[in-house]
Design a protein around this ligand. Structure first.
Ligand SMILES: [Zn+2]
Length: 250
């Protein structure tokens, strides 16, 4: 994508965030948290999975079918065997589009084809079901693409840095990054405390997990530290699909 197109989709995304496509009010009865991995790099499972297992929590893997079995810029992505293991361990396999394109750059027909392709790719790993949670690739959205995904998934996550509390948009849920490039222990701890006090929904996200992570990834220690702080606050961690009804008080 050209620089001007990137800037344009970023601006569109910022404006689109103001437009609540599926407004909802969280119940505020009790706090809940989710840990999510986008794309997803192979080591999000092979190194991230054991951290989650030690903490006794299940996560959400937002999966882009187009990355299956591929290595790009030296980074290996999950393969079908990983997906089977992720599912067998009880984690949620969620949708991140097939081609991982910024959605505002696709026509509605292309969005339909991409959504269908990823749904069919993921179905065998979901016992024949369709994925119920979606995250926007690159966090890029437009009012049109928010309206496209809102009725197709139980929840849709963006990349805006905040917890979810009070009035939220289920077509663009907020998240707190655990990525190296944005790593800030104070911000994460503050988000956990706000989640606790507002009975909100904290969704954490990262990509790769390794001792030498990309700017978009985390070390196992960073992941473990964040989950440890959530545990210390006694906020339960659940996959996005399970946290949603808790957050809504259903
Ligand atoms: Zn992504």
């Amino acid at each position: 994508m050209s620089l001007s197109a990137l800037v344009k989709t970023k601006l569109t995304s910022l404006l689109a965030r103001k437009l609540a496509v599926r407004p909802a009010r969280l119940a505020g009865h009790r706090p809940v948290a989710s840990i999510t991995f986008d794309d997803f790099p192979k080591n999000a499972w092979t190194l991230g999975g054991p951290v989650l297992a030690r903490r006794g929590v299940r996560g959400t893997y937002y999966t882009a079918g187009g990355f299956c079995g591929r290595t790009e810029n030296g980074a290996a992505f999950y393969d079908e065997d990983d997906l089977r293991q992720v599912a067998a361990a009880g984690h949620e396999i969620a949708c991140h589009g097939f081609g991982h394109q910024p959605t505002p750059t696709l026509t509605t027909e292309e969005l339909t084809q991409d959504a269908e392709r990823n749904r069919e790719f993921l179905r065998p790993f979901l016992g024949g079901d369709a994925p119920v949670s979606y995250a926007f690739p690159h966090g890029r959205v437009s009012p049109r693409t928010k309206r496209f995904y809102a009725p197709r998934f139980a929840s849709v996550r963006g990349v805006h840095q905040a917890i979810n509390a009070g009035r939220v948009d289920l077509a663009q849920l907020n998240t707190i990054s655990l990525e190296t490039r944005l790593w800030d222990k104070v911000r994460i701890e503050t988000a956990i405390q706000r989640t606790l006090h507002e009975n909100g929904w904290l969704i954490l996200h990262t990509h790769d997990v390794s001792d030498s992570p990309s700017p978009y990834g985390s070390t196992p220690e960073m992941l473990d530290w964040a989950l440890g702080r959530v545990a210390a606050a006694r906020v339960p961690v659940m996959p996005v699909c399970d946290a949603l009804p808790v957050a809504l008080g259903l």
